[in-house]
Design a protein around this ligand. Structure first.
Ligand SMILES: NC(=O)c1ccc[n+]([C@@H]2O[C@H](COP(=O)([O-])OP(=O)(O)OC[C@H]3O[C@@H](n4cnc5c(N)ncnc54)[C@H](O)[C@@H]3O)[C@@H](O)[C@H]2O)c1
Ligand SMILES: [Fe+2]
Length: 385
């Protein structure tokens, strides 16, 4: 475990019922006269933007509404939205949605102050000016994008999803109100929730793991594992929704000081070429990658085990690493996560293509505790056919 690390945080976090009202105070503190309310069609259709809309109005600011951020956006979507927003003199962005909306808002917050589009922002050192202030209000409990410095976009020419990382993209304000997640349908509750579990587990086993990460990842694993099935089976279970929201936020914090590893690396080409949603591809991969990593992570899996299975103490400790992997295979079944990629159009002849593309995600593969050979990567995909 590394003793040398850095941690980055959002500036202010508000949590709990009624915390949405903080929007008004933030607008007043910033003296913002034009506020962009950013969301997507699904979230807007559920009425989750109504409350922020009301508070923006009550604060007396002009509202610039963007209610059509595409799911899993591409660099072209970034360019299109930037062209629409660049002359609007926006002084604050309020993002209400899942990772797609929050990532787009993060990218706009730096694009507008740096006059750069996603293509340039991808280049090392391209962002020199601080971002526009931003409030992130997550409506999925998954990506942890409200806490992280990452924004992920599809680069269609390369058939690849790419994570762009810049500290200025950490949202200034976060509002965690679990009421915003109550209407999330079961399948999305499951896949986005497992994405959060991946963040917690991967950051813990990453070569960048550190004591700060350990504290938040273990707590995140505990919160998510005790509540994900409950939230999946009964979306109105508020305790479970609160656990999931806090767990995914904590797991996001881990990513600012550690990193995801091979699960996310193998997931990127699946999102890039087959457009499998981020949470789904991670969830399909998680047990299989954990299985392969086990030989290098027995100690870490032994620490993780009681946070996943509170009654595991009755079994001998030597068995705990295998039990962690079994637990994950079983959890995916209970959450109706597919164990095959064939349903998404992945064919046996795609194996080389997929493997070659994973190797490009070196940023994450290098952080994996086990150095994976091309053959091992290919074998993981093969098991999913
Ligand atoms: N920035 C990061 O740190 C980070 C980390 C992981 C993933 N991501 C990215 O985030 C995106 C995925 O985000 P996501 O998994 O949160 O899903 P999402 O934002 O793509 O949303 C998925 C769907 O759920 C709907 N939805 C969201 N909240 C809802 C609610 N409360 N009720 C009903 N419907 C709701 C949306 O309308 C959308 O159709 C991907 O592009 C992924 O690459 C970013
Ligand atoms: Fe993720």
């Amino acid at each position: 475990m590394n003793s040398q690390y850095s941690v980055k945080f959002p500036r202010k976090v508000f949590s709990g019922k009624g915390s949405m009202e903080e929007i008004k105070g933030i607008i007043k503190d910033l003296d913002a006269s034009a506020v962009c309310l950013m969301t997507d069609a699904g979230v807007y259709g559920c009425g989750l933007a109504n409350t922020p809309e009301k508070y923006i109005e009550e604060a007396g600011a002009e509202m610039v509404l963007v209610n059509d951020v595409p799911r899993e956006p591409s660099v072209y979507d970034v360019k299109e939205l930037y062209a629409k927003l660049k002359d609007k003199n926006v002084q604050l962005i309020v993002a209400v949605g899942g990772g797609s909306v929050i990532d787009m808002a993060k990218m706009m917050s730096v694009a507008m102050t740096n006059n750069k589009l996603a293509d340039d922002i991808r280049a090392e050192g391209a962002i020199t000016n601080p971002s526009l202030p931003m409030i992130a209000i997550p409506t999925t409990s998954g990506t942890g994008a409200e806490a992280t410095a990452n924004a992920i976009f599809l680069f269609p020419e390369e058939d690849l999803k790419v994570g762009i990382v810049n500290e200025y993209m950490i949202p200034d304000y976060v509002i965690l109100d679990a009421d915003n997640t109550v209407g999330l349908p079961p399948a999305l509750t499951a896949s986005t929730g497992v994405d959060a579990l991946c963040h917690a587990v991967e950051s813990y086993i990453s070569v960048l793991s550190n004591p700060f990460c350990e504290m938040f990842s273990l707590k995140a694993v505990e919160l998510i594992c005790r509540s994900i099935e409950k939230a999946f089976n009964d979306g109105n279970d508020m305790q479970a929704r609160e656990d999931m929201q806090l767990g995914s936020f904590y797991a996001g914090l881990c990513l600012t000081t550690s990193s995801t590893v091979a699960v996310h690396a193998l997931s990127y080409p699946l999102g890039g070429k087959y457009h499998i949603p981020h949470g789904v591809s991670n969830a399909v991969l998680l047990p299989f990658v954990m299985d392969v990593n086990m030989e290098c992570c027995r100690e870490q899996y032994t620490v993780l085990a009681p946070y996943m299975m509170p009654d595991i103490n009755k079994y001998p400790k030597e068995q705990w690493p295998e039990m962690v992997v079994d637990y994950l295979y079983t959890l995916m079944k209970k959450l109706d996560i597919p164990d095959k990629l064939t349903g998404f159009g992945v064919e046996p002849e795609d194996l080389d293509y997929l493997t070659d593309n994973v190797v490009k995600v070196e940023r994450l593969l290098l952080k994996n505790p086990k150095k994976l050979t091309k053959e091992e990567i290919k074998n993981i995909y093969k098991k999913l056919l």
